[in-house]
Design a protein around this ligand. Structure first.
Ligand SMILES: [Mg+2]
Ligand SMILES: [Zn+2]
Length: 184
C-alpha cells in the first residue's frame, strides 16, 4: 500500500494513566506529566498521528460510547493545544472474546486509519505499552516501540520482542526523531 508514514499511539498506559479496571469516565482520564511535551515533540514530526485503543469497558457495560467519545474529544483538543494534531481516534468497543477483527492485536483499526489518511503501515510506527500493541504492529510490519509506563512496567513486557524499549512517550518521541523513523 502506498502512502506516507504515520504514527500510531495506544491510549491507556501511553498517553494517560493505565487503570486496571479501565478508564470509565472523563475524570478518570489522567495524563502522564510528560504527555504535553511528548505531544509537542510528536507534532514536530510532521506526519499523521492516530490513536488506536481497545475499549472493552464499553462491551462490558462499564462505560458508554458517549463517555469514550467525550474523552477523545478532550484528548484531541488538548493535543492540539500542545502542538500535535490527532487525525483520528480508532477504538474497539467489543469484549475480548467477541472474536472481532478490530480489537488489537487485530489489525482492522490500523487498516481503517491507513485508508482514511493515506498511510503506508509498513513505514509507520506504533507506540504501546501492551503485548497486543506490539503484536498488531508486528503483523503490519510496523516499527514497534514499547514504553515502560502502564502495562509496560509489568514483568511480562520484559520478554516482548520489540524494536525499541523506552521509558515513556517523551522518550519514544526522541527515539523516533533520532532514528528518522517517520521521515518521508
Ligand atoms: Mg495500553
Ligand atoms: Zn472490536
Amino acid at each position: 500500500m502506498s502512502g506516507q508514514p504515520g504514527l500510531f499511539l495506544d491510549r491507556d498506559g501511553v498517553i494517560n494513566q493505565y487503570l486496571f479496571e479501565s478508564v470509565r469516565s472523563a475524570d478518570q482520564f489522567q495524563y502522564y506529566d510528560g504527555t504535553p511535551n511528548a505531544m509537542r515533540l510528536l507534532g514536530q514530526l510532521d506526519c499523521p498521528i492516530v490513536v488506536v485503543t481497545n475499549q472493552s469497558a464499553i462491551g462490558r457495560g462499564w462505560t458508554e460510547a458517549s463517555q469514550v467519545d467525550e474523552i477523545h474529544h478532550r484528548l484531541c483538543q488538548d493535543a492540539l493545544s500542545w502542538g500535535a494534531t490527532i487525525r483520528s481516534v480508532e477504538y474497539c468497543p467489543h469484549l475480548p472474546d467477541a472474536g472481532c477483527a478490530c480489537r488489537k492485536p487485530g489489525t482492522q483499526l490500523f487498516e481503517r486509519a491507513a485508508r482514511a489518511h493515506e498511510i503506508d503501515l509498513a513505514r509507520s510506527v506504533m507506540v504501546g505499552d501492551s503485548p497486543c500493541d506490539m503484536e498488531a504492529a508486528e503483523r503490519l510490519g510496523m516499527t514497534r516501540i514499547l514504553v515502560e509506563t502502564g502495562r509496560g512496567e509489568t514483568p511480562r513486557s520484559a520478554s516482548l520482542e520489540v524494536d525499541a524499549r523506552v521509558e515513556d512517550l517523551e522518550a519514544a518521541a526522541r527515539w523516533i526523531e533520532q532514528h528518522g523513523k517517520l521521515n518521508r
